[in-house]
Design a protein around this ligand. Structure first.
Ligand code: MG
Length: 341
């Protein structure tokens, strides 16, 4: 198996800001695409490393250089391959996720089946994805909401001193839509109850994501006791070992392939969450259709999906996963089902 990778420049439709990370007006972005070639087939993957999780494009490329020597000659030997990769690059799950996606895509292409089918899933159970409205000036938030008219579920980024105004700006253009909020660690245990109350006065919400920082969970008990929520862990739930730590504080977990290390680890998290009576959300970073398609293969197992990374791009180099009106397509093409435009 031959592993290669390349950076590619893409552009966001709008600048994208969240409570714990301000990128300002930046719309350009580099993505890292990975290929695994085996005989006549090529599997695709995408690494979405995040500085918040101590990874970068540079660290991902260094990890890929190590991983190239560890793949071996049998793409079906997944357990052995990932045992070697986790031993060699344990702190680079975004890179391992890209390799995981490329191997599943490759195997799907070799067997001529889509990954969702290989996993035994029913694509008619794919939930509608939310579409995310990032933090911005209020008039921009309103115009982004107008632009997002086709999407029936919106996720509003909050966790700022003017959350109420942000939510009102969205509501002014989105009456009747299903709303979710994501505070990205922006509140604290000592103000989370009051913040949730204030928000819920404006509108009912479908879920509240990551209200307080990872580890600052005590205040969440009162929020749940007051019947607010459901509360979903994102930054508090990175990999399989974090799932059980969420019991008692959260009602669900947001699994992202780049956080956990790909489809195989995500499946572990989903099964652990179900055993612990936690709900499952699938999320993403800003990624092309390659990264989103990998996560979307698991969508039939999720209660909620937030797989809109490719929809935030103005120039996604790939297609195949759809997304208009919030409907993702798990198509009949083998593997991930994505092709270059
Ligand atoms: Mg989040």
């Amino acid at each position: 198996m031959q592993l290669t990778w390349a950076r590619r420049n893409v552009h966001l439709r709008h600048p994208f800001n969240i409570a714990r990370e301000k990128r300002g007006g930046k719309v350009d972005k580099q993505v890292l695409l990975v290929q695994i070639r085996y005989h006549n087939h090529v599997g695709l993957g995408e690494a979405a490393p995040m500085v918040y999780y101590q990874q970068s494009l540079d660290s991902a490329e260094a990890a890929l250089a190590k991983a190239a020597a560890l793949l071996g000659s049998d793409p079906f030997a997944l357990e052995a391959i990932f045992e070697r990769l986790w031993a060699a690059i344990p702190d680079q799950p975004a890179t391992i996720s890209a390799i995981d996606s490329a191997l599943y895509d490759l195997i799907g292409k070799m067997l001529n089946v889509p990954i969702w089918k290989l996993l035994g899933l029913d694509r008619s159970r794919t939930p509608i994805t939310s579409f995310t409205i990032g933090i911005d000036d209020l008039d921009v938030v309103a115009s982004k909401t107008r632009e997002a008219a086709e999407y029936p579920i919106l996720k509003i980024k909050v966790g700022t001193p003017n959350d109420a105004q942000l939510v009102e700006a969205v509501l002014s253009e989105a009456r009747g839509k299903t709303l979710r909020v994501d505070a990205n660690c922006g509140w604290r245990s000592d103000n989370v109850l009051e913040r949730c109350k204030a928000l819920l006065k404006l509108s009912p919400v479908d879920l509240i994501e990551q209200p307080t920082p990872a580890g600052d969970h005590d205040g969440l008990r009162a929020v749940r006791a007051a019947g607010m929520g459901p509360l979903v862990a994102d930054e508090s739930c990175v990999g399989p070992a974090d799932v059980i730590k969420c019991i008692g504080f959260f009602d669900g977990i947001n699994i992202k392939l780049s956080k956990c290390g790909g489809i195989r680890r995500a499946l572990q998290m989903i099964h652990t969450a179900r055993a612990a009576n936690l709900k499952v959300m699938l999320g993403c970073m800003v990624e092309t259709s390659v990264g989103i398609a990998a996560a979307a293969q698991l969508a039939p197992l999720a209660d909620w999906i937030d797989l809109d990374g490719h929809l935030l791009l103005a120039d996604d180099p790939f297609e195949g996963i759809g997304g208009s009106n919030g409907r993702l397509t798990l198509n009949d093409r083998p593997g991930l089902g994505v092709v270059e435009r």
